[in-house]
Ligand binder design. Structure first.
Ligand code: ADP
Ligand code: MG
Length: 859
């Protein structure tokens, strides 16, 4: 017989059949009953057979079919958690926490065995068998353990969301799975999606040579009637309110789920609905009556403003974080202690005057929508509604990712007797969390997205229409228990013409420099060739590479071996260790002098957390007079003169962190945050990040032990000057120069351009944001943290915020790669500096493509 020809080493994956061992789980009957109602239970056998026999499987099924909560349990019962862990990644922190808790509950296992880990916290222990985590956390783990040797299965959940990290994980795991297989320690990969749009995974042969099998879980879905509006109102929050009133007043029982775009809108709508339909707990005991409803009121009040939370929570979280870091870092060496803040130094001017600082009342108390409506609009003629006149209480709950997990969990708890459930949510409820008992969905049809310019990195926060796929997901939430209704607050014409079919994967929308650096440090030299499910475009990758070169994280192009991408520098290696954007990593790496580290840590932590300062009364887009925001004047005084003032908006953040610490030590944190316009939740994140960064530095920089020094005073004037330079080193590509007003004759035009700046390499002028403490000074040369564009009628206007003044002669030293040297001067003569062994000479130079003349400077 001729030998059978085997096809040449095409890495076909031999089926690695898992030997099932039954591991019993003891569930309560209540849990068991609920599980049996889930569609995926009916498919358990087929699902498990496919997984046992294939290294990679894709599972697609409607939201709510039981993928996230049940699959880990199937795997556990089949013995996958016996020797190694089952890892589940979620793009959202909310989901990682909520799902780990739910699964622990269903399986009757302690949280030490079914645990979660997100960027700042977690409850993972050595006993953990099932680990829920954010996708970013798993990516970091791959950096230290490429083969993921602690896991037997990785489930990538919510892959349809196409978050950047999940996409990268798919690419990496497509290589890790065969590697693990070669070593005889097979790893299973399960990709889960709520939509059937998985062709980027199945048909991409660069990713998987053999397309993995696709399992569809059929969900029992009741029909949902879709109602479009005739017109598409701009004020969709008001419209959502109106619609909800109508549904509640007219339509039969069933929960209402409302989709708006962001946390502020959620809170605004929740407040309004609660005011219209106050909830009074039924009480039998007259004597207790008064007190109980007091309590309830307290709770509702607190709840309406999600930023107010128990100050003790902060302390508690801190300890937990420290415990966890201690546990998870084997190499733990230095003591973790934040530099203590010298409290009395942080007493801020005006700290004692608080009278006028309380929250403004909601502007509109109007009861629009309460007037008699006709039922036509609800499309429900004939169905009997509530008796008119009788106001049933509405149990209104907010839901968004920054909400504490206890409060999030309320959506799963029983609704008080006689109430109707009403959840106001961001798109968290679209696929990650399934809320029970929803019959009516009110969909504003919009979402908040941050769009980036691929070249300049300028971002714009825009509210855009969602995709058709998202709109259908949202509608689907109404059909879980019985036939439902979805009220779309837009017309069918808008749906057909303005909605894209699917939203683009994140990786094609966002700047990718942190990702690029992370991948390069992992040894992936040619990021261009990486098997992305959908690759970011060339322009974006090139822009990221350029930015990393300017930062000094990658070598400036190697002229000899042009086929090799620029290598990662030592600085780049250090930068990538920090869990913050590369530019902030560089700032940390540079501040290892002049005792600046503790300040840079504070600054970087505050700058990395979104929206630390509340901007009430001023929208991001309004260019109104300074002082219009009640907090602005106060903040102005935090950076009043000298280098404090020149350090500008970051100085305000630095003070805020210090002063919040002071207030916290006095047990006045919530109050302090409220009176100074700080988001308490953000402050606690800043704190967690400070701990993490401090620890990272103690771990990596051998001759520094941060935190043993007793107290952190506010920086001296000289230190503040250094901080300006360090900020410049990180933000060198974000330099702006004031538009010269002297040459402008027209008075009107001069007024228009009072706050205008030219950003290097951009055509349009950008305006200093109204919140900036440097608006009064308008220094000639500045750097900014963020530039963004806003729609203003037909035109757009660009703003810059997070402003720091710099000196132009620093540019040659800190951002040499963006300077062009025209001439080296002989006079003044070059000078030799003994201590550094360097020769300095004076040069004539310009900055950036715009060719701004720099003052004669030394290099
Ligand atoms: P999928 O991942 O397919 O979207 P899930 O596994 O998340 O589905 O949800 C399955 C079911 O479990 C849903 O009906 C959901 O309402 C329910 N569920 C999830 N978390 C909780 C919880 N904390 N309490 C009660 N029910 C929950
Ligand atoms: Mg899920």
């Amino acid at each position: 017989k001729p030998p059978i020809k085997t096809p040449k080493a095409e890495p076909t994956l031999p089926a690695c059949i898992h030997q099932t061992v039954y591991v019993p789980v003891h569930r309560t009957t209540e849990v068991q009953d609920a599980r049996l109602r889930l569609p995926i239970l009916a498919e358990e056998q087929q699902v498990m057979e496919t997984i046992n026999e294939n290294p990679i499987v894709i599972v697609a099924g409607e939201t709510g079919s039981g993928k996230t909560t049940q699959l880990p349990q199937f795997l556990y019962e089949a013995g996958y958690a016996q020797h190694k862990m089952i890892g589940v990644t979620e793009p959202r922190r909310v989901a990682a926490i909520a799902m780990s808790k739910r699964v622990a509950h269903e399986m009757n296992l302690p949280e030490s065995e079914v645990s979660y880990l997100i960027r700042f916290e977690g409850n993972v222990t050595p006993a953990t068998r099932i680990k829920f985590m954010t996708d970013g956390v798993l990516l970091k783990e791959i950096e230290t353990d490429f083969l993921l040797s602690k896991y037997s299965v990785i489930i990538l959940d919510e892959a349809h969301e196409r978050s950047v990290y999940t996409d990268i994980l798919v690419g990496l795991l497509s290589r890790i799975v065969p590697l693990r297989h070669k070593r005889g320690q097979p790893l299973k990969l399960i990709i889960m999606s709520a939509t059937l749009r998985v062709s980027d995974f199945t048909e991409n042969t660069r990713l998987f040579k053999i397309p993995p099998p696709l399992l569809k879980v059929e969900a029992r879905q009741f029909p949902v009637t879709i109602h479009f509006q005739k017109r598409t109102p701009d004020d969709y929050v008001a419209e959502a309110y109106r619609k909800t009133l109508k549904i509640h007043n007219k339509l039969p029982e069933g929960g209402i789920l409302i989709f708006v775009t962001g946390q502020q809108e959620v809170n605004q709508l929740v407040r309004k609905l609660r005011r219209t339909f106050p909830y009074q707990p039924p009480t039998k005991d007259v004597a207790k009556n008064g007190k109980e409803s007091e309590d309830k009121k307290e709770e509702t009040k607190e709840d309406a403003d999600s930023t107010v939370e128990d100050p003790k929570e902060l302390e508690f979280d801190m300890k937990r974080v420290i415990r966890n870091i201690r546990k998870s870092k084997k190499k733990f060496l230095a003591q973790i202690a934040l530099p203590k803040i010298n409290l009395d130094d942080y007493k801020l001017p005006g700290d004692d005057t608080e009278a006028d600082m309380h929250e403004q009342p909601d502007e509109d108390e109007d009861q629009e929508g309460l007037e008699e409506e006709n039922d036509d609009e609800l499309g429900l003629e004939g169905e009997s509604g509530m008796e008119s006149g009788k106001r049933q209480p509405l149990w209104v709950l907010p839901l968004y990712s920054l909400l504490s997990s206890e409060k999030q969990n309320r959506i799963f708890q029983p609704v008080p007797d006689g109430c109707r459930l009403c959840v106001v949510s961001t798109n968290v409820a679209e696929t990650s969390l399934t809320i029970p008992h929803i019959k009516y969905v009110v969909d504003c049809g919009r979402q908040k997205t941050r769009l980036y310019d691929k070249l300049t990195g300028v971002s714009a926060f825009v509210v855009t229409y969602t995709s058709k796929a998202s709109a259908d997901q949202r509608a689907g939430r109404a059909g879980r228990i019985s036939a439902g209704h979805c009220y779309r607050l837009y017309s069918s014409a808008v749906y057909n013409d303005c909605f894209e079919d699917f939203s683009q994967p994140d990786i094609q929308k966002k700047p990718v420099e942190d990702l690029m650096l992370q991948m390069r440090c992992m040894g992936i030299d040619r990021v261009v060739h990486f098997p992305f499910p959908s690759p970011p475009d060339q322009v974006q990758l090139q822009a990221a590479e350029r930015r990393l070169i300017v930062l000094g994280a990658l070598e400036a192009a190697n002229t000899e071996k042009t086929d090799l991408p620029p290598a990662v520098t030592r600085l780049g290696q250090v930068i990538s260790r920090f869990p913050v954007a590369p530019r902030f990593g560089k700032m940390l790496a540079l501040s290892h002098q002049q005792d600046l580290l503790p300040y840079t840590v504070c600054l970087v932590a505050a700058l990395s957390v979104q929206e630390v300062l509340i901007e009430t009364g001023v929208q991001r887009d309004e260019d109104v007079a300074p002082g219009a925001n009640k907090f602005h004047r106060k903040r102005q005084s935090w950076a009043a003169s000298g280098n404090y003032q020149l350090l500008g908006d970051p100085m305000v953040l630095l003070r805020a962190v210090g002063a919040a610490e002071y207030a916290g030590s006095q047990g006045r944190l919530s109050e302090f945050c409220a009176t100074n316009g700080l988001r308490q939740k953000a402050m606690s994140e800043v704190r967690k990040l400070r701990v993490q960064l401090t620890n990272e530095i103690n771990l990596n920089v051998s001759d520094v032990e941060l935190g043993v020094d007793p107290e952190l005073k506010p920086p001296t004037d000289a230190q503040a000057r250094f901080l300006r330079q360090i900020l410049l080193a990180g933000m060198g590509d974000r330099v702006a120069r004031k538009v010269p007003l002297a040459d402008i004759a027209d008075k009107e035009e001069r007024r228009r351009l009072k706050y205008a700046y030219h950003c290097a390499d951009m055509e349009e002028p950008a305006f200093l944001h109204v919140s900036s403490v440097l608006r009064q000074k308008t220094p000639e040369w500045v750097i900014y943290q963020e530039a963004y564009e806003l729609q203003n009628g037909d035109s757009t206007k660009m703003f810059i915020r997070g402003i720091t003044a710099i000196e132009p002669e620093w540019l040659l030293l800190y951002v040499p790669l963006l300077c062009n040297i025209r001439e080296v001067r002989e006079d003044p003569a070059p000078r030799f500096e003994k201590s550094s062994g360097k020769i300095y000479c004076h040069v004539d130079a310009t900055f950036g493509k715009s060719g701004w003349d720099l003052p004669l400077g030394e290099v």
